[in-house]
Design a protein around this ligand. Structure first.
Ligand SMILES: [Zn+2]
Length: 285
């Protein structure tokens, strides 16, 4: 158990029709809460790091926290670099021991995206590191990535097939109508397109923009082939709200360890709920 890449983890999830939660952590406390929640529910889990978070802390401290927590974990745990356009950041994460990386060259023309994604697979695979790649443009804001409504477009089915045949990513993120950030109204998800892509490529799909989707939507997406669900915005909200709430109810107390403890508990509960929602509880073995 412990440290694992996402290739085997997601293949099993897809086959058994559940999804592994990928939670965008921010620091040691949130990383610890994610892994503790997974252990409590005997679930596989993905600790996900945004490029902004990686740049804030540096790869060396982050991988040492991860190794310390994951190596003693009783469940499979992966560390994954989320949406990355910069090859030097990807190279750094690969060298430091991330178990998987996402190349996001989706803003480039198709052929260029294909070539860059292929290049990352060639860098990562010999080291047993998995790769997620994206096609189409997922609307919304995710740290430094901003995609406006008018620029968002769904992945094309024929291009998805060609892309996956050539690149063979371990996980594929086609834009299917979900969004980063908070939803305003009901998201229009292209279930049929997602199903066709999943069937024709055979590759486990990543569902981006998981925050705010309903239980029904998750169930439908997982049934059709989404094996990884990304939760970022919800974690950011709990991260900050738990601090604010604790301070509001204990305004005279200035014991940071108590605040961190309250934050840890709330993050753990949030991850717990999501793991149950994605059906990965008890799937560690
Ligand atoms: Zn995303």
């Amino acid at each position: 158990m412990g440290l694992e890449n996402i290739s085997k983890m997601l293949a099993k999830a897809r086959q058994e029709k559940y999804a592994v939660g990928a939670f965008n952590i921010l620091d040691y406390n949130s990383m610890k809460a994610v892994i503790a929640a997974a252990e409590q529910l005997n679930a596989p889990v993905i600790v996900q790091t945004s490029v902004a978070t990686v740049k804030f802390w540096g790869t060396k401290p982050m991988i040492s926290w991860f190794r310390q927590l994951a190596e003693s974990a009783q469940v499979p745990v992966a560390i994954h670099l989320d949406h990355c356009k910069e090859l030097d950041v990807i190279t750094d994460c690969i060298e430091q021991g991330w178990t998987s990386v996402m190349i996001d060259a989706s803003s480039k023309p198709f052929e260029e995206n294909l070539a860059i994604s292929q290049q990352v697979v060639d860098m990562a695979r010999p080291k047993n590191i998995s790769v997620e790649a994206e096609l189409g443009a997922i609307v919304g804001v995710e740290d430094d990535i901003h995609v406006k409504h008018q620029d968002a477009h769904l992945a094309d089915i024929e291009q998805s097939i060609r892309f996956c045949e050539k690149v063979r990513p371990d996980c594929f993120a086609p834009a299917i109508g979900t969004a980063h950030g908070l939803y305003k109204g009901q998201p229009k998800i292209a279930f049929e397109l997602a199903e066709q892509i999943a069937d024709k490529t055979g590759i486990p799909l990543a569902l981006h923009g998981g925050t705010g989707l309903s239980e029904e939507v998750f169930a439908k997406c997982i049934a059709l082939g989404c094996a990884k669900v990304n939760i970022s915005t919800q974690l950011k909200h709990v991260f900050i709200d738990s601090f604010v709430d604790y301070h509001n109810s204990n305004s005279r107390q200035y014991n940071p360890l108590k605040v961190l403890g309250a934050q840890y508990q709330q993050l753990k509960e949030m991850v717990n709920e999501n793991i149950k929602l994605f059906g990965s509880e008890g799937k560690a073995n």
